[in-house]
Write a protein that binds this ligand. Sequence first.
Ligand code: EPZ
Length: 418
Amino acid sequence: MTKYVIEGGRKLCGSTKVHGSKNSALPILAACIVCKGKNVIHNCPDLSDIDATCNILKHLGCTVSREGDTVIVDSTEVSENSIPDNLMREMRSSVIFLGAILSRTGEALLSSPGGCEIGLRPIDIHLDGMEKLGAQIVSEYGHIRCSNGGGLKGTKINLSFPSVGATENIMIAAASADGITVITNAAREPEISDLADFLNRGGARIAGAGESTVVIEGVKSLTGAEHTVIPDRIVAASYLSAAAFTGGEIELKSVIPAHLEPVLNVFEESGCRIDVNGRSISLTSPGRLKSVKMIRTMPYPGFPTDIQAPVAAMLTKAKGTSIIVETIFESRYKYIGELMRFGANINVDGRMAVIEGVPMLHGANVVSPDLRGGMALIVAGLGAEGTTVVADDNHICRGYETPEKVLSELNADIKRID
Ligand code: EPZ
């Protein structure tokens, strides 16, 4: 168990660089399986979820090495087509390997990824996409066996929901299917475009990524590629929330402001000043924030569900009442019970959280329930009076590179005790 010990009440100030996107690097690393050869992935964040993905790549027969923030994956030899239970459980999103293994080896055997802290995380849309491409799927005793018989065939696939992972799995599988695949109602997140850019560098022919309709013209085979992962928009927004909450002023470098569009409006509505300059974003907090009438999480380009928790923490001391509606995941409010221990006044009714701003929060001993909820508790501790201890069972390090170092460099008093 890791503990983050925070002495609250200090304004964040200074500037920091945002690391590469976890949710872009994960599917790109999985896609190395279909880009046969040496793949060089730059700006790959140093996170436990990335380590778990590299372990799966090694299990499948790839050689994987890291030089700083560059991960090199040689997928010339892929000898395995199954992911054992222990590796699947290490990271729920390892379902992203399904399309890659199926396409490369003709058969994929995964244990059902199971749910996680934020919800059941079904994979029916992924499996429906694989079936439409011609795979046969057998689910038995908690395992899923997908085989593509005579090879995958391009087809039209309409997603019942713009699932990020399902869009990614289908793109990867369709890249070397026979014929053209058209995905409609595709997810539009920036990570989808980044994955398409990587695959196209490996010889794929993907058009329309980032829009609702993606067209993939299958090619015979793909080769190894070199790629630089986009910055992590969720990490960027998390640190902006911390600066806003502590009345500070920070600059984030190497971000893509356009990816943060849906969140910047919320910061401005809460009274912060946002300055965009090329690949930097600066936020100046007014001190006490104004409440934000309504935040509804939506698929991109709507407000991202992953930033709901840190923004809720930021609004606990705002003047007035803020309302958040979480439309994507069914249990993404576990952190709110912990926020109440700081003295926050929040009511949760189903998918809706009503935050009544209070004049101050006092430090508390809390336990992080999941990755983004854990960051919300750190944000709360930074803006609370007194000492906070966030006990964290390796959730936060899945998505944030050394947050204690980044925040200390921004004038916070935070220590990590392993
Ligand atoms: C990706 O998860 C991200 N993870 C999540 O980030 C993010 O919250 C989510 O997209 C939404 O933006 C990675 O990219 C590794 P979905 P994913 O498929 O692909 C339902 C974080 O904190 N659904 O778009 O799993 C699902 O239950 C993580 O970094 C089905 O019903 O998200 C959910 O309600 C958390 N059937 C909704 O769709 C399916 O087959 C969105 O899921 C697939 C999804």
